[in-house]
Design a protein around this ligand. Structure first.
Ligand code: AP5
Ligand code: ZN
Length: 208
């Protein structure tokens, strides 16, 4: 299975990506996590991408495509979260898939209005020990995750606003790109975390 998850900031791409990976055994590939791991490594590339990441801007296409490529090659079955984000990246993904001789099965669009999302992002915490995503109110960390639970550098009001603006302008039109190819399924992402997982699995099953 090769699917990608499209959706605005806070719609639950990472949350659902992690859950779907656990259920299906496919690998969860998040380009946001790849960028943050590079920043944490302290490399020169990490220093370069940190500026874009923390401001809520997109990392330039040629850099992110190179960072994502080895992860796509590694895994037979994956759930791609946060890539592609514009048409140039979608074309780069098509080329990479063609080179590997494999196809994309579905593009899942998580739908939620902006007002919903800001609240989710302000309560988000990520475990430094396990990488799991939580929410202080909607999905609190369990006692067996040692934490610490940290807030992301780009979860400031200004960076959230910028990310949403870029999403609507550059990423949302990709729904048309995948709908034209008959690959798009849309899911209401305003419901509870397990309900959204259930709808995605149902949508994948119905179409698959
Ligand atoms: P990335 O890490 O992908 O961030 P994003 O797109 O801004 O999305 P988020 O991670 O904020 O939201 P999410 O949809 O994953 O929500 P989550 O599951 O965490 O990218 C960050 C940056 O990296 C970019 O700005 C850019 O700089 C760079 N980058 C990455 N990919 C790139 C690319 N392709 N090109 C260029 N640059 C790139 O959930 C949010 C919160 O809500 C959590 O607290 C969660 O617990 C809670 N929650 C989730 N679902 C529910 C629910 N159903 N009900 C209640 N609460 C919920
Ligand atoms: Zn995410």
């Amino acid at each position: 299975m090769r699917i990608l998850i499209l959706g605005p900031q806070g719609a639950g791409k990472g949350t659902q990506g992690q859950r779907l990976a656990e259920i299906t055994g496919a690998r969860h590939i998040s380009t946001g996590d790849i960028v943050r791991a590079e920043i944490k490594s302290g490399s020169e590339l990490g220093r370069k991408v940190k500026e874009y990441h923390d401001r809520g801007e997109l990392v330039p296409d040629e850099i992110i495509v190179e960072m994502a490529r080895p992860h796509l090659r590694d895994a037979g079955s994956w759930i791609l979260d946060g890539f592609p984000r514009n048409e140039a990246q979608a074309r780069a993904l098509d080329e990479a898939l063609e080179e590997m001789g494999v196809e994309l099965d579905r593009a899942v669009a998580l739908e939620a209005p902006d007002e919903h999302l800001v609240r989710r992002l302000s309560g988000r915490r990520q475990s430094r020990a396990t990488g799991r995503i939580y929410h202080l109110e909607y999905d609190p960390p369990p006692p067996d995750d040692p934490g610490p639970f940290v807030q992301r550098e780009d979860d400031t009001e200004e960076a959230i606003r910028r990310r949403l603006e870029i999403y609507h302008r550059e990423t949302e039109p990709l729904k048309g790109y995948y709908a034209e190819r008959g690959l798009l399924v849309s899911v209401d992402a305003t419901r509870s975390i397990p309900e959204v997982t259930e709808s995605i699995l149902q949508a994948l099953g119905e179409k698959g």
